[in-house]
Design a protein around this ligand. Structure first.
Ligand code: NCD
Length: 323
């Protein structure tokens, strides 16, 4: 069943971006526009289960040059919930394996009448390169270790829904800060919305230089746990590391896995987040991942709402610019 589009109206005047490339350059007002729009879509579509045809006639191309389950499915479903179409592009079977550049590939896809390209690539800056060379909208779905704006937004939306505000909360990002794009997008978004951010993990993955972004740096999870309102448990990005950042996974889990004993020392009502995929027993134990404080699956539903909001906003800005 679909929802009446007149319930939604047009995009806010303060939103003028055709692309969403990162949270670093978004203002507090723009962050709130995306979060409020996501709430609106969640409400208008019974938790993103119904269609609202505001992007009928538009097509989104998923250009994923890296593996993905959740993010690609979420973008595809979001576009379809908005009444649009999607095409998936698998880099392995494309003309890129015949030597075509990423810009040429994307331009050819754009020439087929695409409104928005969603790009994931191992090289930081690839979505920015596409945004500079394409006429359609571009959304960054993860550029190497740099940014993953929709993941940052869905994490923040999940916290805001549970706590009402980000202002004054202490949020710890635990694990592989060095190689995690989720960490960077969270830091930019959380700081602008008034949260105190702690980055915590082994010294090989959490450099003191992070302090320059205005965050607290810790290597001792047990010390920070009692102060945290939220713990966002990040996966170790082994695929991006050339050397092992710690002697063994068991040793990492001993010091940094969120487990029952550590939960006993946490604040009442602490929220446990993880972007997924989770490695049970490494960054989080099963009882905590599936326990009452875990909002991991709420994050996934909010991902759909955030991506509906982002696709609607960037396509809306494109349409307005063309008018
Ligand atoms: C994250 C990513 O790809 O950066 N996952 C995701 O988008 N759901 C985090 C991760 O892979 O650990």
């Amino acid at each position: 069943m679909s929802v009446d589009v007149t319930e939604i109206g047009s995009i806010p005047d303060a939103w003028t971006r055709r692309h969403l490339l990162g949270l670093e350059d978004l203002s507090r007002e723009e962050l709130n526009i995306v979060l409020d729009s996501a709430e609106m879509f969640r409400d208008a579509t019974d938790d993103c289960t119904r269609k609202i045809s505001v992007l009928a006639g538009h097509t989104c191309a998923n250009l994923f040059f890296e593996n993905s389950t959740r993010t690609r499915t979420s973008f595809s479903l979001a576009m379809r919930r908005l009444g649009g179409d999607t095409v998936d592009f698998a880099s392995g079977s494309s003309s890129m394996s015949k030597g075509e550049t990423v810009i040429d590939t994307a331009k050819n896809i754009e020439a087929m009448g695409i409104s928005v390209v969603v790009c994931r690539h191992r090289t930081p800056g690839t979505p920015h390169l596409l945004a500079n060379n394409l006429r359609c909208s571009v959304v960054n779905a993860g550029d190497g270790p740099h940014e993953h704006p929709t993941q940052g937004l869905l994490d923040i939306l999940t916290i805001r829904q549970r706590r009402g505000t980000l202002e004054g909360l202490t949020v710890a990002l635990v694990g592989d800060i060095q190689y995690s794009r989720t960490a960077r997008s969270n830091i930019w978004g959380l700081k602008k919305l008034g949260a105190h951010v702690i980055v915590c993990g082994p010294a090989t993955l959490v450099s003191p230089m992070w302090r320059e972004l205005g965050v607290e740096v810790s290597h001792n999870l047990d010390e920070i746990i009692p102060r945290c309102d939220v713990l966002n448990l990040l996966r170790i990005q082994f695929e991006r590391q050339s050397t092992r950042p710690f002697p063994s996974v068991r040793e990492y889990a001993h010091l940094y896995a969120m487990n029952r004993q550590r939960m006993d020392r946490a604040k009442d009502g602490v929220l446990i987040l993880a972007p997924g995929p989770i490695n049970r027993g490494v960054e989080v134990t099963t009882d905590v991942a599936d326990g009452p404080q875990s909002v991991i699956l709420e994050q996934v539903t909010n991902g759909l709402a955030v991506r509906m909001a982002v696709l609607w906003l960037v396509c809306g800005a494109s349409i307005r610019e063309a008018e």
